[in-house]
Ligand binder design. Structure first.
Ligand code: NAP
Length: 249
């Protein structure tokens, strides 16, 4: 489905990002994977290569302009870029948005929103040369349904919905699609805090009609669809992958 395509997936050495990279690779794409810690990059690279996938990897903190530049250089060495998946996010605090300090707010905005904007902008020269240009942002269910413990993070994820709509409108005439996935509660290290007690887990499950936490692979399959030719006429959409969290009026 994605043979001869090149994909950059940020924050792709663990959790949802790693699952997305693996799935795009299984569909035939060549992969550029990255994250902040060299040991994670090395481990994930070995893992994916041992599965027979075509992988180049590097250390990339998405807020670092020089690091981001290298992502595109690696993609070029594969022949170009067709798919950009902007997946990195941080959530250093838990609490209401107005309790967030300015410095933490800046950090959340910088990693979760600004780096997605910059990556999309910087990817454009290469995506414009592709016949199948795709930008996919990873937002969150908390973009739609604010959670009191995830105030500033939720705000940042809502901002990505707007980035998706605006960029999609601008790039539609060029045939580059821009879409966004909003995962619900997915079992990763990042979301562990939301399952840190039996009571919290019970409360979480009460809000999920399917009655279970999702898997990273269930997010990855939606990304693979949006990256494929099957999704060639879909742009500007925000797709919830949340076990029915939003299946209410
Ligand atoms: P995760 O399992 O904790 O994995 C995070 C990955 O991001 C790791 O590879 C980490 O590696 C890397 N990373 C963290 N900060 C980075 C940065 N500034 N630059 C580059 N890489 C960075 O997290 P996850 O649950 O898969 O989350 C992935 C995305 O899904 C995030 O955008 C998150 O907001 C979204 N999401 C998750 C859930 C959920 O329930 N899990 C729900 C909704 C949305 P290093 O430590 O080596 O950098």
């Amino acid at each position: 489905m994605l043979a001869n395509r090149v994909a950059i997936v940020t924050a792709s050495t663990d959790g949802i990002g790693l699952a997305i990279a693996r799935r795009l690779g299984q569909e035939g794409a060549s992969l550029v994977i990255s994250s902040r810690k060299p040991e994670n990059v090395e481990r994930a690279t070995k893992e994916l290569q041992s599965e027979g996938l075509r992988v180049k990897s590097l250390v990339c903190h998405v807020s670092d302009a020089e690091n981001r530049k290298k992502l595109f250089e690696e993609a070029k060495s594969f022949g170009g870029l067709d798919i950009l998946v902007s997946n990195a996010a941080v959530n250093p605090v838990h609490g209401g948005i107005l309790d967030c300090s300015e410095s933490i707010f800046d950090k959340i905005y910088d990693v979760n929103v600004k780096s997605s904007f910059l990556l999309a902008k910087e990817a454009l020269p290469l995506l414009r040369k592709s016949k199948h240009g795709r930008i996919i942002f990873i937002s969150s269910i908390s973009a739609y349904y604010p959670h009191i413990l995830l105030g500033a993070y939720g705000f940042s994820k809502t901002a990505l919905l707007g980035l998706t709509k605006n960029a999609a409108l601008q790039l539609a005439p060029e045939g580059i699609t821009v879409n966004c996935i909003c995962p619900g509660h997915i079992e990763t290290r990042f979301s562990k805090v939301m399952r840190s007690s039996d009571d919290m887990l019970k409360e979480e499950l009460t809000n999920i009609p399917m009655g279970r936490i999702g898997k990273s692979e269930e997010v990855a399959s939606s990304v693979a669809f949006l990256a494929s030719d099957d999704a060639s006429y879909i742009t500007g959409e925000n797709l919830l992958v949340s076990g029915g969290f939003s299946a209410r009026l």
